[in-house]
Design a protein. Structure first.
Length: 233
């Protein structure tokens, strides 16, 4: 099954064509997803479904990518599915370190991160493909202290754009710069089981939603009565 996969959870847009788990093409782009998506998708011949990263990550990027994915799925009657952008990062790091398909008991701990706002990061901790800490949002320095408290920082790797954007906070920990964004190819691989033999479903399309993990600044301001002079009810 050939899938078009997108991830715009970070400042770097990732787009891939994946067929039965094999990457046919993949590219990354350093600009706003809304400006780039119409011209970077490439030929869609033979595409049978679409996979999209659901975050957590950039509020705007997630909305744009999901809107584009839904529009394509609706227009072409493709099945659509979404997957965690952090899990895609963990899968990519595990593949890069040869941890796929092996006993994860002795695999290194990998903390995958995506940049949030104002010194915060979205993160989850994995040993191989096993989840150790669930997805959450942290101040970068708080996450660094939690990781140091594990007692074996030499056996731990930090990966992803969140760590790379906050290098100073993670001083003394091992940073991987292999992935500046969750790879869309891994989003495609994660979604393949749900999409294989699936049919277009309007219910599935409209139910798919991003995982923000926290409110946007506008939502916080509205809830606190800081928009238009309104007071909180």
């Amino acid at each position: 099954m050939r899938l078009l996969a997108l991830d715009a959870s970070s400042p770097v847009l990732s787009v891939a064509l994946v067929e039965d788990g094999h990457v046919l093409s993949e590219s990354t782009h350093d600009a706003r997803a809304g400006d780039l998506l119409p011209c970077v998708l490439g030929p869609l011949d033979g595409v049978q479904g679409i996979a999209v990263g659901l975050g957590p990550g950039s509020f705007t990027g997630l909305r744009v990518a999901l809107a584009a994915a839904k529009a394509l799925a609706y227009a072409r009657r493709w099945p659509i599915a979404g997957a965690s952008s952090l899990l895609a990062l963990a899968l990519a790091e595990a593949a890069a370190r040869g941890a796929l398909g092996t006993d994860t008991q002795f695999a290194r701990l990998v903390c995958v991160t995506i940049e949030a706002r104002r010194g915060e990061v979205y993160a989850s901790l994995h040993r191989g493909l096993d989840l150790v800490w669930p997805e959450a949002v942290y101040r970068a320095e708080v996450l660094a202290e939690k990781l140091r408290a594990l007692g074996h920082p030499d056996g731990l790797v930090l990966a992803g754009p969140g760590a790379l954007a906050n290098r100073a906070a993670f001083e003394g920990l091992t940073l991987s710069d292999a992935f500046r964004a969750p790879p869309a190819s891994q989003i495609g691989r994660l979604c393949l089981p749900a999409l294989r033999d699936a049919r277009y479903s309007p219910d599935a399309l409209f139910a798919l939603a991003p995982n923000y993990l926290q409110q946007s600044l506008a939502e916080v301001a509205l809830a606190e009565g800081r928009v238009g002079g309104l007071t909180r009810a």
